[in-house]
Design a protein. Structure first.
Length: 146
């Protein structure tokens, strides 16, 4: 859809999961869950480790997630509302679930690219909670009698 930023996280993830040449990221058999094979993803997409084809180079197309750290990539998934499932809750295409991470969002489905517009980066909870706490009257300094 036109309202999706092509350089944004959801668009990059959509490109990866739908590219048949990318081996580390795919849909489950129902097209509702993103399956990520961690070790292969780190080499293939993040460009780290033995056999890495270069940072962010997948089949000759630069995909940059501005990180080489898998945990940071997972943090982005969480910030966009993806939730982790156990491997047996998803329907992997292959039986191997070793180092397989499964993530689902109701706004990210194989046959529904129109839903991606609903994927919005959420504010970090800690910062939001801290701002709320600082506004509570109980947390204000006591007034000095004058």
């Amino acid at each position: 859809p036109d309202s999706i930023r092509p350089d944004g996280f959801p668009a990059k993830l959509w490109w990866l999961v739908n590219n048949p040449r990318v081996r580390s990221v795919c849909w489950d058999s129902r097209g509702r869950t993103v399956l990520i094979e961690e070790h292969l993803f780190v080499r293939e997409v993040l460009g780290v480790g033995p056999g890495a084809g270069g940072a962010g180079e997948v089949t000759g197309v630069a995909i940059t997630f501005n990180t080489k750290n898998f945990r940071s990539f997972v943090r982005q998934l969480n910030l966009y509302g993806f939730r982790k499932l156990l491997a047996d809750q998803a329907a992997p295409a292959s039986g191997n679930t070793s180092h397989l991470h499964c993530y689902r969002s109701p706004h990210f489905c194989r046959d529904r690219p129109d839903l991606i517009v609903h994927l919005k980066r959420q504010a970090r909870a800690k910062k939001a909670n801290l701002a709320t706490l600082l506004q509570l009257p109980a947390n204000l300094p006591p007034s000095v009698p004058g």
